[in-house]
Design a binder for this molecule. Structure first.
Ligand SMILES: Cc1cc2nc3c(=O)[nH]c(=O)nc-3n(C[C@H](O)[C@H](O)[C@H](O)COP(=O)(O)O)c2cc1C
Length: 316
């Protein structure tokens, strides 16, 4: 976690799994987060839940993210996760999804800062591994609590914050209010990672310039474009204008991603899980929807590989 101005892959349920995290590390992501892991599921030793927390050495530094609504449950989950020795364990204080909020976790905790504080304190006490937290700005526009929450978390011993300055009610609409990242950065001395709407290398530089954040976290823009980390790093280091990889290179990355998926999950599941990822790699290219339809009908790794390998010839 030492790198100056780290570029961070955001936790993305359904997307930031082990193969994708590894690929993003290969393209220069300095820190990667797992998908959110349910504290309830973890303490019940649910196989599916614990599988989300599994990682390989090639993904390090890795942060395992946990969500839960009760201090004891979160502490219990953190004890289990501590045995996996991730580089940090993150508390999810931002997820706006109804099924998470209904149970009082994720961004619901922004409506109850004393409980959020108790959860964070229990987490810090439960482990020798660094505890970090990821926050939205508040529940709605009338209750922006991120500054107060950040200060309380720092006092408890949380070691890094990632700020996605949208409210719960905003979901993913509108824009992230980057001025709140700057205000959090000014209010605390622990590292503050900025997040929200970074789609290009220029956006990353702009976020840094406007907020003074200690690192940038990228979520949606990395899906189907894991090379964005390389582009951001190049731009930050040299000011060199990043170009997009040629179509043939993009397909080569997609094929590598497919191979990592098949290695991690086996052919049937690996291919099935990869189809939504392939759709994003193809986004914006001519005949993308017709190509997607064809891929949906393929099941064998070798058939998809062959089909994708031919595409650059058709596009040249
Ligand atoms: C499909 C999807 C899944 C997400 N899953 C999580 C999650 O598990 N934990 C979390 O803290 N945030 C999650 N987020 C929020 C992202 O980490 C990030 O904060 C948000 O997408 C804004 O960053 P971006 O504009 O770079 O995508 C998710 C977002 C999306 C779109």
């Amino acid at each position: 976690m030492e790198k100056e101005f780290p570029l961070v892959l955001a936790p993305l349920a359904g997307w930031s799994d082990a193969p994708f995290r590894r690929l993003c590390r290969e393209f220069g992501a300095d820190i990667v987060y797992t998908e959110m892991v349910s504290a309830d599921g973890a303490i019940r030793q649910q196989h599916k839940t614990l599988a989300l927390a599994q990682f390989t050495a090639s993904e390090r530094p890795i942060v395992i993210q946990v969500f839960g609504a009760e201090p004891e449950t979160v502490a219990g989950a953190i004890e289990i996760i501590t045995a996996m020795r991730p580089d940090a364990i993150d508390l999810n204080f931002g997820c706006p999804a109804r099924k998470v909020v209904r149970r009082g976790s994720g961004s619901a905790l922004l409506r109850d800062l004393p409980l959020l504080q108790k959860i964070a304190r229990a987490a810090v006490r439960a482990t020798d591994i660094a505890i970090t937290a990821k926050l939205r700005s508040g529940w709605d526009a009338d209750s922006i609590v991120v500054l107060e929450a950040a200060e309380r978390l720092q006092d408890i011993g949380v070691q890094m914050l990632a700020i996605h300055p949208r409210t719960q009610t905003q979901q993913f609409r509108g824009f992230a209010d980057w001025s709140l990242i700057r205000r959090v950065k000014e209010a605390v001395s622990i590292p503050v990672i900025g997040n929200g709407d970074v789609k290009t290398a220029w956006d990353a530089k702009k976020m840094f310039d406007e907020t003074g954040c200690d690192g940038v976290m990228i979520g949606r823009a990395a899906c189907g474009r894991p090379w964005i980390f390389q582009q951001v790093r190049l731009f930050l280091d040299s000011g060199q204008e990043p170009s997009s990889p040629a179509f043939a290179e993009q397909i080569a990355v997609c094929l590598r991603h497919l191979a990592l998926n098949v290695a991690a999950y086996g052919e049937k599941q690996g291919v099935r899980m990869m189809k939504k990822q392939i759709a994003l790699y193809l986004r914006g290219f001519a005949h993308a929807s017709a190509i997607r339809q064809k891929i949906l009908a393929l099941e064998a790794h070798s058939d998809i590989r062959e089909f994708l390998s031919e595409l650059p010839n058709l596009h040249s």
